[in-house]
Design a protein around this ligand. Structure first.
Ligand code: 5GP
Length: 192
């Protein structure tokens, strides 16, 4: 079992609706030691990949993305969610249904922060149905850039995002992949 799986088992709680709550080290309070380990592991898994930008989505992806950006020494961009200004001329805009908030969000990045020369590593805390990651991929492609990898802390293997992205040919690395979890028993099984 790796460090993140151990941390999830010791500190995570399973909520009804297939939600894993890891507020005390990632989604509310941030455990810097665990973030450092996540960043080191992602850098290790993508050691052979040339990256010149990290892209994530607000809010919880930012902590991991910043630590990874520090290791690569490249800029970190976070897509914003919600209402765009009336004019979207200066923004790349995509859309993602939020699994946790059950609503459709605009997802956008101002045009100067994504370019056709970018080789982007997408980083996020969770991968569930893949809506957030697909929106980020769309933004990179609108800018003419390339997605060179996708690094995720926790992939929920019961949902389809990971399978779709792998079928689409993306290089996806998830540090912990949940096979199954049950809110009644609090049991969490990982895929290996
Ligand atoms: P997706 O777009 O892949 O369906 O969902 C990914 C996004 O939803 C992540 O950015 C994350 O914020 C949120 N998310 C999905 N599932 C969970 C979960 O079980 N727990 C938490 N804390 N966030 C989740």
């Amino acid at each position: 079992m790796n460090f993140l799986e151990e941390k999830i088992l010791s500190d995570g709680t399973v909520k009804q609706g297939n939600i894993l709550k890891i507020d005390n080290f990632l989604n509310h309070q941030i455990d810097i030691g665990i973030m450092r380990q996540i960043a080191d592991e992602l850098k290790h898994r993508f050691h052979d990949v040339e990256v010149n930008k990290i892209l994530t989505i607000e809010a919880s992806g930012i902590a991991i993305a910043t630590m990874v950006g520090n290791l690569y020494d490249v800029p970190v961009v976070f897509a914003k969610k919600g209402e765009t200004a009336n004019s979207t001329d200066d923004k790349y805009v995509s859309h993602a249904y939020s699994f946790t908030h059950k609503q459709m969000n605009n997802v956008f990045v101002s045009q100067p922060y994504l370019n056709s020369t970018d080789r982007v590593l997408i980083v996020d805390d969770f991968l569930a149905d893949g809506q957030a990651v697909h929106a980020l991929i769309d933004l990179v492609h609108q800018a003419g850039g390339e997605v060179v990898g996708i690094g995720i802390a926790v992939e929920k293997g019961q949902q389809n995002g990971g399978r779709l992205l792998r079928e689409e040919g993306y290089r996806l690395e998830s540090i912990a992949v949940i096979e199954e979890m049950d809110w009644k028993t609090q049991r969490i099984d990982f895929r290996h």
